[in-house]
Structure formats: C-alpha cells, structure tokens
Design a protein around this ligand. Structure first.
Ligand SMILES: NC(=O)c1ccc[n+]([C@@H]2O[C@H](COP(=O)([O-])OP(=O)(O)OC[C@H]3O[C@@H](n4cnc5c(N)ncnc54)[C@H](OP(=O)(O)O)[C@@H]3O)[C@@H](O)[C@H]2O)c1
Length: 320
C-alpha cells in the first residue's frame, strides 16, 4: 500500500510516497481503510526533525489522524466494529497511508451526515479547544482572546467561546480576509499578530487561549485582566523568552495564572465523550469544521508547503 515516509528531515521535499506492507492489527487494535487524513501542525514539527530527541527519526511514517472504514480487528476487539465508518488517532505515525491501525480506545464511530474530511478537521483539535477553555475556567460574560485563531484548534475555540456566551471573542490573525472569516465563526474583534489593529477591541482579557507562544507572548500576558487566566497550547511561533514568567510575579497584585495544557493528560474516555458530542453538533450544523483543501496523498509535499507558507485556514485533508 502507499504511505508517506520522512526520507530527509527539513523542508517538505523530504517527504516521499512509498510502498510499504499493509499493517496488521495487533491485539486491541482495529484496521482501517483510509478515506481522509488530517494534516496537522504536529506533522510539520515531526517532519522538520524537531522531535528527533523524542524518537521521531528519518524513515518515520507520518500521520496521526484519519477517517475511514474498519476492515478487520485484532484479538480482543468486538467484531461489530467491522464495516463501521470511524475517526481514529493512530498515535503520531502511520496515518498518511491507504490503510492504518489504531488502538480501539482511540477510535470513534462517525455519525451520519459527517464526512471523513470534516471528522479529521475537528476530531483531534476540537477536544483541545474544549478542554483548554475548561482549564481556563471560562465562564459566560468573560472576554476571551484566541491567539492563532485561524488553525483548527482556534476555529473551534472561537465557536465554543462565542456559543458559551463570551462577552467578547477577540482573535489574532495575519490578514483582514482571515479576520473576516473568523468573524463569521463568532469572533467579535480582530487583532493583528502583535495584538494591534483593533481600535474598538477590549484592552484586557479574562482568558487567553494561545497556540502561538513565541517572542510576543509577554505582550499578551501583560493584557490579562485581574484574575485572568492564560492557557498555552502550542508554540507554532516558537518558544517565548525564557524569563516571561517574571511578568506574572511583577503583576503580583493582579492574581494572574499561566498554564500549559496538553490534551495528553485528559483520559481517553473523557476525550471520546467530548469528541462524540462535537461530532454530533457538527453533523447537525451547530459546530462548523473548516477544511482548507482536499488533496490526493500523492500531493503531500504541496500540502506541507502550503502549511509552511502560512496559507492554510483550518485544515488540509489528504485522500488516498
Ligand atoms: N495542547 C494540545 O493538547 C495540542 C494538541 C494538538 C496540537 N497542539 C499544538 O497546536 C499547534 C497546532 O494547532 P493548530 O493546527 O490549530 O495551529 P496552526 O494551524 O499550526 O496555526 C494556527 C495559526 O497560528 C498563526 N501563526 C502561525 N505562525 C505564527 C507566528 N509565527 N506568529 C503568530 N501567529 C502565527 C497562523 O494564523 P495567522 O496567519 O492567521 O496569524 C496559523 O493559522 C501545534 O503547536 C501543536 O503542537 C497542541
């Protein structure tokens, strides 16, 4: 079968479509004929070699999030799964392929009315947005900033904050056109990447949900309201300055909180319950998924190039 391997770490040209043996489900796994493959930010991080110290080496089969049909199950898995259309997390490898295997606890049946492409645009990122807002103890009426809102995590966070009764939903993004699309999803104020450009935007935020990090993080930490909560989810803009935490102590009397949040610490059944509810909402049109483009697996290099060039709004999906 066809799969995508990282031949050489670095730019997208280091990715190659190769023939590999079909995967066989181990005990506790299901085997899936792939229909849609999500191209996530973490795939680009692995491709660049940034996670080599964590065991991701050249030769790695890329891909973590797929949708498709279950064609076989491993020992100990209910055969009722066979034939079901599902979303699955493959565990940071093997997803960019015509067939894949996944642990059954990371597999969820798709509701009628949800396409595979929509499922991979929402399945992994939607739960991150949900639990990040929980971690921030967001309550109705509060002012929320979503930093890096044009990615699939941010797109769901904007909708959940707006739907949850936020007093204002402020976003950062890199163009007026992307800002208009975010307003359409529920943003009330649009800032540029440095936090400027929104003359009528609230000066302070009760909650910041941040996938960007990077050198500008302290600028946004300074804009937390008293008792404000800042939740960092990712570092697509690089690492923040090493001493950024001093801002919290310098503003001691504002009782600010800073948290890092990874959905890895949320038990799988809790994530599946939220994912299932979000899939149902999406199938009914109450939660929007944004698929930037659907490309054949053979065009994986173009897909990664578009991500590196910052052209993607939402998620690129590959089809085998
Ligand atoms: N915490 C968790 O549990 C968890 C789970 C999965 C993934 N992640 C992390 O989340 C990130 C990916 O999330 P995603 O797919 O939603 O994001 P994404 O699409 O990779 O990026 C989101 C947006 O950030 C903006 N951006 C990119 N580079 C920037 C920069 N240098 N400075 C300022 N803004 C920049 C871009 O929008 P504009 O051009 O419009 O500004 C981009 O669309 C990765 O870091 C991944 O590791 C975290």
């Amino acid at each position: 079968m066809k799969a995508v391997v990282i031949r050489t770490f670095g730019d997208p040209d280091g990715l190659e479509v190769v023939d590999v043996p079909e995967p066989v489900p181990a005990p506790g796994q299901v085997h899936i004929a792939t229909e849609a493959i999500g191209v996530g930010g973490v795939d680009a991080v692995i491709r660049r070699g940034a996670l080599a110290a964590h065991g991701f080496r050249e030769g790695h089969l890329l891909g973590s999030e797929i949708a498709g049909s279950v064609t076989a199950v491993g020992e100990g898995v209910d055969t009722a799964w066979i034939g079901r259309r599902v979303w699955a997390f493959t565990g940071l490898s093997g997803g960019y392929a015509e067939q894949a295997v996944a642990a059954v606890e990371n597999v969820l049946a798709l509701p009628d009315g949800l396409t595979g492409a929509e499922a991979v645009a929402l399945g992994g990122s939607g739960v991150v947005a949900h639990f990040a807002l929980n971690r921030a103890r967001f309550t109705p009426g509060e002012t929320v900033l979503v930093r890096g809102a044009a990615g699939s995590i941010g797109i769901t966070a904007v909708q959940l904050a707006a739907g949850g009764g936020a007093g204002a939903v402020v976003v950062t993004t890199s163009s007026a056109e992307r800002g208009a699309r975010l307003r359409d999803l529920g943003a009330t104020h649009v800032l540029d990447r440095s936090g400027g450009g929104g003359p009528d935007a609230p000066a302070g935020f009760d909650v910041v949900i941040d996938v960007v990090g990077g050198p500008r993080l302290p600028l946004f930490l300074d804009r937390l309201n008293p008792d404000g909560r800042y939740v960092a989810l990712g570092v697509v803009g690089g690492q923040p300055p090493a001493d950024f935490g001093m801002r919290l102590l310098d503003a001691f009397r504002k009782s600010l909180s800073f948290a890092v949040f990874s959905s890895d610490t949320v038990p799988a059944p809790e994530k599946q319950a939220v994912r299932s509810s979000q899939f149902a909402d999406a199938a009914q049109g109450n939660l929007r998924t944004v698929v930037h483009e659907v490309l054949p697996l053979d065009q994986v290099v173009s897909a990664h190039r578009a991500m590196d060039e910052g052209k993607v709004f939402g998620r690129i999906v590959l089809t085998p």
